[in-house]
Write a protein that binds this ligand. Structure first.
Ligand SMILES: C[S@@+](CC[C@H](N)C(=O)[O-])C[C@H]1O[C@@H](n2cnc3c(N)ncnc32)[C@H](O)[C@@H]1O
Length: 223
């Protein structure tokens, strides 16, 4: 029987072309107005030389970092997205699932100054993945995660659990994506249990919007 986790990645295999179109046509307003700049500034603010973009998708953040002289390596579990990222100008993009990263069966390099995940931690069991990332960071390295803001995404049900994204407002054909909602304390516990210490928390917001567009967490190695 398919687990929610496998259906999640499967949905990206189905949705890859529509996702590339959505990102590259600039049709997601919150990204253009707020969240793209928020993660880019959070990453650049740490002045990293080497960055790993976890769940890099079609690679927009890799390109933004490469344009600024940073060595940016991507990893994603969907072959179409990996191919699109490479073709658009990011030479180092690995095809690997999060399970493969946890098992270390794919080598994505190490000694990263920073690992980022932009709306890419969508599954339930993120602690083993974050712990595996811990080992890929150089001393003093940081993790930057941008995700849906829990209080906004909760939609009246503030407890960890699987939800479904139907991509209702998007152009193109989409398969619904299961994703795991987690509360703020659940995010912070996951970081702690994976060996990270929270050093920054932002709530990127458009000045004319009543609620934040995302939650952005910056964490460093505990050791
Ligand atoms: C919402 S997209 C974000 C893509 C990119 N970070 C961005 O900002 O445009 C989520 C990404 O996570 C990847 N992903 C989801 N589950 C995965 C898994 N189990 N293993 C590897 N990649 C996964 C998907 O393939 C997809 O590219």
């Amino acid at each position: 029987m398919a687990t929610a986790e496998s259906t999640l990645l499967q949905s990206w295999h189905h949705n890859a072309h529509s996702w590339i179109e959505a990102i590259r046509s600039g049709s997601i307003e919150s990204r253009l107005q707020v969240t793209d700049q928020a993660i880019l500034l959070a990453v650049l603010g740490r002045q990293p030389g080497r960055v790993l973009d976890l769940g890099c998708g079609e690679g927009w953040l890799l390109r933004a970092l490469i344009d600024r002289g940073i060595t940016a390596v991507g990893v994603d579990g969907d072959a179409t997205l990996v191919e699109a990222a490479r073709a658009a100008g990011a030479p180092q993009v690995h095809l690997a699932t999060y399970d493969e990263l946890v098992d270390a069966t794919v080598d994505v390099g190490r000694d990263y100054d920073l690992i980022c995940a932009n709306f890419a931690l969508l599954h339930q069991d993120i602690i083993p993945l974050l712990a595996a990332m811990n080992a890929l960071l150089a001393p003093g390295g940081a993790l930057v995660i941008q995700t849906l803001h829990p209080w906004v995404a909760a939609a009246g049900d503030y407890q960890d659990g699987w939800r479904e994204e139907t991509f209702g407002g998007f152009e193109g054909t989409w398969q619904p994506m299961p994703w795991y909602f987690r509360t703020l304390s659940s995010w912070l516990n996951a970081l702690d249990l994976a060996g990270f210490r929270l050093v920054g928390l932002q709530e990127p917001q458009h000045p004319q919007r009543p609620v934040p567009q995302s939650l952005l967490l910056v964490a460093e190695l505990q050791r």
